[in-house]
Design a protein around this ligand. Structure first.
Ligand SMILES: NC(=O)c1ccc[n+]([C@@H]2O[C@H](COP(=O)([O-])OP(=O)(O)OC[C@H]3O[C@@H](n4cnc5c(N)ncnc54)[C@H](O)[C@@H]3O)[C@@H](O)[C@H]2O)c1
Length: 460
């Protein structure tokens, strides 16, 4: 069943590539992209689809408060089931339904409810069972944690049926899919949050606040990454990920690195990503995994991919991807400003001009800075977050913020434009790589409103 899905997607991408190649035939260059593309002044530009009549921006969108948020989970494999377990410990929610391809995953989640003394949820089994689930009118939030290719079809169906959506990362795999999410949100006036949990890690939240309070001066260079040795486990888990990586060159998982640094740079809240240039290495260990687990001789994803992004305000973003290297986990997370510097991996460090700027401040000074600048809401739930867990507590903080905002009728911390911008790096990096690292202009998913909002803020 899953193979059919990949074949269908690859066939669709193939036809899109032909259409787009024809569309730009006059340029004499081949730019296969999921939306029409042209080359202008040495840069690849993707066409922005017009906003449908009557459809309005969803920037800062607030919806009616929901007293008890009724949630349905679609995709309760590794990640989805751990979310269900966390949600049994969150106030103000009711778990209504589970949907998966496998009965044992549904049973596991029912077990979590039983252990927590909560009522049984309804089960939906099968690849299109999410439609039946979304057709219900007693669900507020559809929480999606399937493999990547299902994120957008399920998100759009849920939005079209009046539900808010929270979806795992990346929210979308192509620019066309990014636009589908933006349009479905704007049209149906429902929230779509991509569950970028790394924005809620303790160091990142404190460093964001320090940057906002000016401790680092003007932040002009930021780095993020997803460097995580995954390939040994591909006979056991996330096997769809290997299939995807074998067929797709580019940064296939950009959002963990990008999310927290884009918040620092106020992307679509005063600045925007302007263009991207990508480079990669050949596939070494990826190719070995393809041979070992799939008996194939290719992997299109290079072992290491680097994308450089220039913002409208001429700031620099660097994002890296490598899931094949024998090296310790890192999301980089580096901020460089005119008056200071923050670094999370491999060792946490902060330096500021007023405290001997060319060295990190002593550990105890850093600890007190990190505590002092932690947002108040995070301080209030820190202990519980660390007890419930989920990547050291950041998953729980993300859940808490999502439910808090829905219950209070507030705009969400991460909106659909974040989901689109951060996910877009996948296809944009692929396009750049397949065209000799040519720069690719970032689509403006706000359709001109990127400078309307004054900086990133948590709604409280
Ligand atoms: N934010 C994080 O830290 C983090 C960590 C791990 C995974 N993820 C993301 O979570 C998602 C899931 O990853 P995972 O490791 O749990 O994968 P997984 O393969 O363990 O789980 C996916 C589940 O989705 C189900 N599924 C697939 N298609 C479905 C459909 N049409 N309807 C209902 N169920 C369907 C599968 O049966 C499976 O149980 C991915 O998007 C991944 O990138 C995020």
């Amino acid at each position: 069943m899953k193979n059919n899905k990949y074949i269908k997607t690859m066939r669709k991408l193939f036809f899109l590539a032909i259409i787009c190649s024809l569309a730009i035939a006059s340029c004499g260059k081949k730019v296969p992209a999921s939306v029409p593309a042209t080359i202008k002044d040495g840069m690849i530009e993707l066409k922005t689809p017009p906003r449908a009549p009557g459809q309005q921006s969803a920037l800062g969108m607030a919806c009616d408060p929901i007293d008890t948020v009724r949630i349905a989970f679609v995709g309760v494999g590794g990640r989805g089931a751990s979310a269900v377990k966390r949600y049994t410990q969150i106030d103000g929610v009711r778990i209504m339904a589970f949907c998966d391809l496998k009965q044992d995953r549904l049973d596991l989640c029912q077990g979590y409810l039983k252990d927590a003394g909560l009522p049984e949820a309804d089960n939906y089994l099968g690849e299109t069972a999410y439609k039946e689930l979304c057709d219900r009118d007693d669900i507020d939030l559809v929480y999606i944690a399937t493999d990547w290719l299902d994120h957008v079809p399920i998100s759009v169906y849920a939005l079209e049926h009046g539900h808010h959506v929270a979806c795992e990362v990346p929210a979308a795999m192509t620019i066309d899919e990014c636009w589908q999410l933006v349009d479905a949100c704007e049209k149906n006036r429902r929230h779509m949050m991509m569950l970028e949990n790394c924005c809620y890690d303790f160091f990142e939240m404190s460093a964001l606040n320090m940057a906002q309070q000016g401790l680092f001066g003007e932040v002009y260079h930021v780095e993020g990454a997803y460097i995580h040795f995954l390939s040994e486990g591909w006979d056991r888990s996330e096997t769809w990920r290997l299939d995807y990586n074998m067929e797709n060159r580019g940064d296939n998982y950009p959002t963990h690195g990008l999310g927290p640094i884009c918040q620092v740079l106020n992307i679509h809240r005063g600045d925007k990503m302007d263009y991207l240039v990508a480079m990669d290495t050949p596939s070494y260990n990826g190719k070995a995994s393809a041979k070992k687990f799939r008996d194939k001789d290719y992997c299109k994803d290079g072992d290491h991919t680097i994308s450089l992004i220039q913002t409208e305000k001429k700031k620099l973003i660097e994002v890296q991807h490598n899931v094949y290297a024998y090296r310790p986990y890192t999301r980089m997370y580096q901020l460089t400003g005119t008056e200071g510097f923050a670094n999370k991996y491999p060792e946490e460090g902060i330096s500021v001009k007023d405290l001997n700027g060319h060295l990190y401040v002593p550990q105890e000074v850093m600890d007190s800075l990190l505590t002092a600048y932690r947002p108040e809401f995070a301080k209030a739930i820190e202990e519980k977050a660390k007890t419930v867990g989920g990547h050291g507590g950041m998953d729980y903080i993300m859940d808490y913020r999502l439910i808090y905002c829905l219950r209070h009728g507030l705009p969400l911390d991460e909106d659909v434009y974040d989901a689109a911008e951060w996910s877009a790096v996948q296809e944009l990096s692929r396009i750049s790589l397949e065209n000799g690292s040519m720069p690719v202009r970032f689509p403006d998913f706000t359709r001109g409103d990127w400078n309307v909002t004054d900086g990133f803020r948590y709604a409280l």
